[in-house]
Design a protein around this ligand. Structure first.
Ligand code: NOJ
Ligand code: CA
Length: 567
C-alpha cells in the first residue's frame, strides 16, 4: 500500500524571489557520519545535524549538501544505496529528515541531497531479485550481467577496471551452486552498476527524484554523473584509457562521459522544472576537459557541475589562473555559472595539500603528495588555506565548503591501519590508505575527545579517532577568536552577501598571466589580491582593506596572503 504524504512546500522565506540563488550559492557539504552525533553511538546523525543548524546559518552559507543518507550496508560510505526512499537507521528516520528539511528552510538554508544513479547496493531489493531470478531474467536486465569469456566463462566479460582497484566484474554463484554470470561494478563489488538502457531504470530514478522534490528538497548532487551509459557490446577499454582512473583520457570511452548520457539529464531537468520551488542539479562528472564538462550544464540539462580542475589544482598562480580562465570561458559559453571547491570527502583536505612544496601536477590523493619525503607543514598549510578561502569566495559563481575547512582541519594522515574503512584500502592491497583521513569527526567543543561531537558522558568512541591537537580547533575555541579560521569564513561570507561587486557574474584581471600575484576586480568597487611571491607586494592605491587572510607587514601584502579591497 502506498502512503500519501503531505507535500512539504519550502518556507516562502527560503523560496525567495531569487530563483537564480544557485548561480552564486555557497553550499556547505555535510558528511553526515562525521558531522555531529546526537545519540552517542559514535556515528553522526540527523539529530546531531539538526542541533547544529544554527551554527551553519550563522556561518552564512546558503545551502547544505548532505552525502547519502539512505539505508546502506556502508560498503562505500553510503554510496551503496539499499533503498532510495528512506533514511539509514544509524542516521535517523524519514520523519526526522522531513523535520530537518523544514528546520533548515526556516533558517534560510536550502537542502541538497546526494543521488547515486550509477549503481545500487548489492543488498538493494532489485539486485537480490536479480541474483535469484537467474540468467536472461527481467530482474537481471536491470543490471549488467554477462557470461564470462573463455571456454568455461571463467574470464571476465571485458578488461574494465574498478575505480577502487581490481577488475570491474564479479562472478556470481547460480542457484545450482555452479559459478555463473558476471556482473559489472565500476566501484566496489557491493555496488553493482544498473542498466540505463532499461526504461524501467529510467522511470524508477525519475520517480525517486519526485519523491524527494515532493518533500521540499531544493537540489540533487548526482554521483558519478558521467558513468551511467555504457557502450553497446561493452568493448574493451583502450590502452591509453586504462592508465586513467575515474575519467576518460579520450572521447569515445566505453563507460565514461558518453554522449548518450545527456538525454537522461534533459529528462531529469524536465522533472525538476515541473516544481514551483525550482530544484537544481549539480553533477559530479570527472571529464577529460572543461569543454566536455560544459556539456552537462547546457541550458536544458543540469544547472551546475563541480569544478574538479579547481579542486585538484596546486597552490600556484599560473595553474590557478589557467583553471579559472578556462572554467569561466567554457561554462560562460553555455550560460552556466562556474563553481569552485577546495575540498570534499574524496580528496586530501586542501590545508594538507597546500602544506608542502607544490608540484606541476594535480593533487588528489596522499600518494600525489609523497608524504614521506614531504611531511606537512601545518602553519604553511594554514596560511595558504586562509588565502585560498578568500580567493575562492571572491570568484564569480558558486562555491562549496567542506565541513571542517572553516575550522582549519587538516587531513589525518596517520589513522591506525586497523581503523581504515574506505574500500580503497583493501582493494588496493594496502597500498592506498584511501579517503578516511578527510572524514574524521568534527571537533565542536571542550578539551578532550570527542570534542562535543558526541553528547557528554558518551562511552562510545567516534567512528574514526580525532587528533588531540584539534582541541585548539573546536568551533567553541574559535568562536571568540577574531583571528581564527572560523572568524575568517564568517566575515568573508557576510561580505560576500553584502557587497554588490560580489553578486555580479564578471571579473577582470589586473595582474598579468605570468605574475606571481593574482589580482582581479569585480565591479563595482571590489578587488581581490593574492600574493604567491616570496617578497611582500604593495596594495593598489586608493583602496581600503575589507578583509585580509593574514596580517599585512608595513602596509604590504606578504607571501601566501590574500586581501579583499574596496575601491
Ligand atoms: C563519488 C563519491 O563522491 C565517492 O565517495 C564514491 O566512492 C563514488 N562516487 C562511488 O559512488
Ligand atoms: Ca549517532
Amino acid at each position: 500500500m502506498t502512503t500519501v504524504r503531505p507535500v512539504l512546500v519550502p518556507d516562502p522565506a527560503v523560496q525567495q524571489a531569487d530563483a537564480d540563488w544557485w548561480r552564486r550559492a555557497v553550499i556547505y557539504q555535510v558528511y553526515v557520519r562525521s558531522f555531529a552525533d546526537g545519540n552517542g553511538d559514535g556515528i553522526g546523525d540527523l539529530t546531531g545535524l539538526r542541533s547544529r543548524l544554527p551554527y551553519l546559518a550563522d556561518l552564512g552559507v546558503d545551502a547544505l549538501w548532505l552525502n547519502p543518507w539512505y539505508p546502506s550496508p556502508m560498503a562505500d560510505g553510503g554510496y551503496d544505496v539499499a533503498d532510495y526512499r528512506d533514511i539509514d537507521p544509524a542516521f535517523g528516520t524519514l520523519t526526522e529528515a522531513e523535520a530537518l528539511i523544514s528546520e533548515a528552510h526556516d533558517l534560510g538554508l536550502r537542502m541538497v541531497i546526494d543521488l547515486v544513479p550509477n549503481h545500487t547496493s548489492d543488498r538493494h531489493a532489485w539486485f537480490q531479485e536479480a541474483l535469484r531470478a537467474g540468467p536472461g531474467s527481467a530482474a537481471r536486465g536491470r543490471y549488467i550481467f554477462r557470461d564470462g569469456r573463455g571456454a568455461d566463462g571463467a574470464q571476465p566479460p571485458n578488461n574494465w577496471r574498478s575505480v577502487f582497484g581490481g577488475p570491474a566484474w564479479t562472478r556470481v554463484v547460480e542457484d545450482d551452486g555452479r559459478p555463473g554470470q558476471w556482473y559489472l561494478h565500476l566501484f566496489a563489488p557491493e555496488q553493482p552498476d544498473v542498466n540505463w538502457d532499461n526504461p524501467e531504470v529510467r522511470e524508477e530514478f525519475e520517480s525517486i527524484l519526485r519523491f524527494w522534490f515532493d518533500r521540499g528538497i531544493d537540489g540533487v548532487r548526482i554521483d558519478v554523473a558521467h558513468s551511467l551509459v555504457k557502450a553497446p557490446g561493452l568493448p574493451d577499454v583502450g590502452t591509453a584509457d586504462l592508465e586513467v582512473s575515474g575519467s576518460a583520457a579520450n572521447t569515445g570511452h566505453p563507460h565514461w562521459d558518453r554522449d548518450e548520457v545527456h538525454e537522461i539529464y534533459r529528462s531529469w531537468r524536465r522533472v525538476a522544472d515541473a516544481y514551483d520551488h525550482g530544484p537544481v542539479f549539480v553533477a559530479e562528472a570527472w571529464t577529460g576537459s572543461p569543454e566536455r564538462l560544459a556539456r552537462y550544464v547546457r541550458e536544458d540539462e543540469l544547472h551546475t557541475a563541480f569544478n574538479f580542475d579547481y579542486l585538484t589544482c596546486p597552490w600556484r598562480p599560473d595553474h590557478l589562473r589557467r583553471v579559472i580562465d578556462a572554467s569561466l570561458d567554457v561554462l560562460g559559453g553555455v550560460g552556466a555559472p562556474a563553481t569552485w571547491v577546495l575540498s570534499n570527502h574524496d580528496v586530501v583536505r586542501h590545508l594538507s595539500r597546500f602544506a608542502r612544496p607544490q608540484p606541476d601536477h594535480p593533487l588528489r590523493t596522499l600518494a600525489d603528495l609523497s608524504p614521506e619525503e614531504n611531511p606537512a607543514d601545518v602553519d604553511l598549510g594554514t596560511r595558504r588555506a586562509r588565502a585560498a578561502a578568500l580567493l575562492m569566495l571572491a570568484l564569480p559563481g558558486g562555491a562549496y565548503v567542506y565541513q571542517g575547512e572553516e575550522l582549519g582541519l587538516w587531513e589525518v594522515e596517520d589513522l591506525p591501519e586497523d581503523m581504515l574503512q574506505d574500500p580503497i584500502w583493501e582493494r588496493s592491497e594496502h597500498t592506498d590508505r584511501g579517503r578516511d583521513g578527510c572524514r574524521v569527526p568534527l571537533p565542536w567543543s571542550g578539551c578532550t575527545t570527542p570534542f562535543g561531537y558526541s553528547p557528554e558522558d558518551t562511552a562510545t568512541e567516534p567512528w574514526l579517532p580525532q587528533p588531540e591537537e584539534w582541541k585548539s580547533l573546536t568551533a567553541q575555541a574559535q568562536q571568540g577568536d577574531a583571528q581564527s579560521m572560523l572568524a575568517l569564513y564568517r566575515r568573508a561570507l557576510r561580505i560576500r552577501r553584502a557587497h554588490s561587486g560580489l553578486r555580479g557574474a564578471g571579473m577582470t584581471w589586473y595582474s598579468s598571466p605570468e605574475s606571481q600575484v593574482l589580482s582581479f576586480g569585480r565591479p563595482p568597487g571590489f578587488r581581490c589580491v593574492v600574493n604567491f611571491a616570496e617578497a611582500p607586494v604593495a596594495l593598489p592605491e586608493e583602496s581600503r582593506v575589507l578583509l585580509s587572510s593574514g596580517p599585512l607587514t608595513d602596509g604590504l601584502l606578504p607571501t601566501d596572503t590574500a586581501v579583499w579591497l574596496a575601491e
